[in-house]
Every structure is written in structure tokens, then in C-alpha cells.
Design a protein around this ligand. Sequence first.
Ligand SMILES: NC(=O)c1ccc[n+]([C@@H]2O[C@H](COP(=O)([O-])OP(=O)(O)OC[C@H]3O[C@@H](n4cnc5c(N)ncnc54)[C@H](OP(=O)(O)O)[C@@H]3O)[C@@H](O)[C@H]2O)c1
Length: 266
Amino acid sequence: MKIGFLGAGKMAEAILSSILDNGLCEPWEITACDKSPERRELMEKQYEVIPSDDPAATVKESEVVVIAVKPQDLAELCKTVKPVLTANHLVVSIAAGKTLKAVKQVAGTKPRFIRVMPNLALMAGEGMSVYTADRKATEADRKIVCDIFGGAGAVLNLSEKHFDAVTALSGSGPAYFAYMLKAMADGGVALGLPPDAARLMAEQTMIGTGIYLQNSGRDLDEFIKAVCSPKGTTEAGMKVLGKSPFAKTVAKTLAATAARSAELAK
Ligand SMILES: NC(=O)c1ccc[n+]([C@@H]2O[C@H](COP(=O)([O-])OP(=O)(O)OC[C@H]3O[C@@H](n4cnc5c(N)ncnc54)[C@H](OP(=O)(O)O)[C@@H]3O)[C@@H](O)[C@H]2O)c1
């Protein structure tokens, strides 16, 4: 399967390195097209994929085209690739906030389209990618997307109406979890822990709790209650956290993110 990346930045790198790690394609089947000579050199040297500075030539060479430029660069990019996109292409767009309708407006309606909202945790092979497929996309196209993104984390199919919420929760989520992580580590330092130790303890506690809760499927309220033994240490902390506006602030944070995503889609 020949895959062309239009834009070979951070996200494209995470996706293509997972494709190679999982043996979905050989390096010679992947073309990484980027404006920047540094990115092209890195792609060639580190991943041995074919570098290109020509988006139209990249599309002509590929069966699957991954649009991985910033949303504001989409229209400009599509001016050059629209004339060479055909019904034989599957176009996978990861441009945040760009609806399938918006992508088709600039890329034309000949190819099959799938929109994916991944997140930066792809870089750790633990991404969360949500996709929505256009009407013309086939089962085989959906499988390609599940294979590509499923190789670096979880994949979910949702209706496009949920994409602003998806952007808020899993798309932008890594920044919000990092913020919580920083608050936890800073709190540990304030109690006298060395900064490196505090960061490791916060990270490992976040990772371990996430893995345990996902694997066990335990009810979250029941889990919190179970950790808070009566008159114990966690209970003393939860009395403070539970009374704080923390949950409301998180909800407001996600609402502001979703609103901005909707604004960008216009
Ligand atoms: N980062 C995230 O957490 C995240 C999460 C979900 C979705 N996304 C989406 O993923 C996409 C890529 O994000 P990113 O963080 O990987 O961005 P990035 O690191 O800036 O990569 C985009 C690359 O595309 C290049 N480019 C721009 N216009 C081009 C053109 N016409 N032809 C060839 N290359 C071109 C850019 O070069 P220059 O820098 O020289 O312009 C840059 O190297 C975005 O649409 C974003 O919304 C990102």
C-alpha cells in the first residue's frame, strides 16, 4: 500500500513511524512531502522513506493520502493537489476543526474521505484516534484507518457531530493531563520532594491509574471511594478536592475548547 503524507511534521512522523514499526508498509512505499528541507532530510535519514517537496507528485505516487498540514495551510495545499486527486485515492485528513465538507470543498469530491482526530499520545504508541468516514468510503478504507491508527493506540468511530467534543477531550486532552501532572509534581515539590522524583511519581501514578482503570473497567466513583479509607489520608485530600471547583473548571475547559473547534470549522 502506497501512502503519501502531505506535511511531514510531528503528527505525520508519529503516524508513519507506527506504520513502519507495525510492518504495514515498507519505507519505499511511503512518501513524506514537506516544505521544510530539514523535515525532508529527517524523514529520509531516520525513517528511510521517500522525501518530496512536490505535493502533486506525492499524490500521484500514492493510494492513500494523509493530509497532515496545519488547518490554515489546507486550502493552499489543496490548490495544487485537487487536480491530481482521483476516485482511486483514499484521503485521510487529520486537520483539526476541518469538517469533511470543508475538506471536500477545497480538495474536490473525487476521492473517498475519512477524517481522523488523533492526539499527540500517538508518539508513545498510546494515542486516541477518532474517525468519521464520508459516504463513499468503503469498509476496506475504514480498515486501513483502523490499522494505521490502531497500531499506535485506540481507535473509535463516531459521527462527525461529536468532533468538537472529541477535539476537546482527546485531541487537546494531553495538554490538560500534563497541566494536572505539573500541578501534582509541583505539589510534591512544595512538600519537600526533589523535582525529578516528584515528576516521576506523578507520571507513574497517572499512567498506572489510567491503565488499571481501563483494564478493570471499575466504576470511577466506586474506585475513588475505595481508595479513600474512612479517616485515612486520601479521604483527607478528597475533602479538599471534592469541595473545590475542579470538576466544574475541567468541564468549562472542555466547553471552551469545543467552542473554539466549532469556530475554526466555520
Ligand atoms: N499536534 C497535535 O496534537 C494534533 C492533534 C490532532 C490533530 N492535529 C492536526 O495534525 C495536523 C498536523 O499537525 P502537526 O502538529 O504535525 O503540525 P506541524 O508539525 O506544523 O507539521 C505540519 C508540516 O506541514 C508542512 N507544510 C505546510 N504546508 C505545506 C505544503 N503546502 N506542502 C508540504 N508541506 C507543508 C509544514 O511546514 P512549515 O512548518 O514550513 O510550514 C510542517 O512541517 C494539523 O492539521 C493539526 O490540526 C494535531
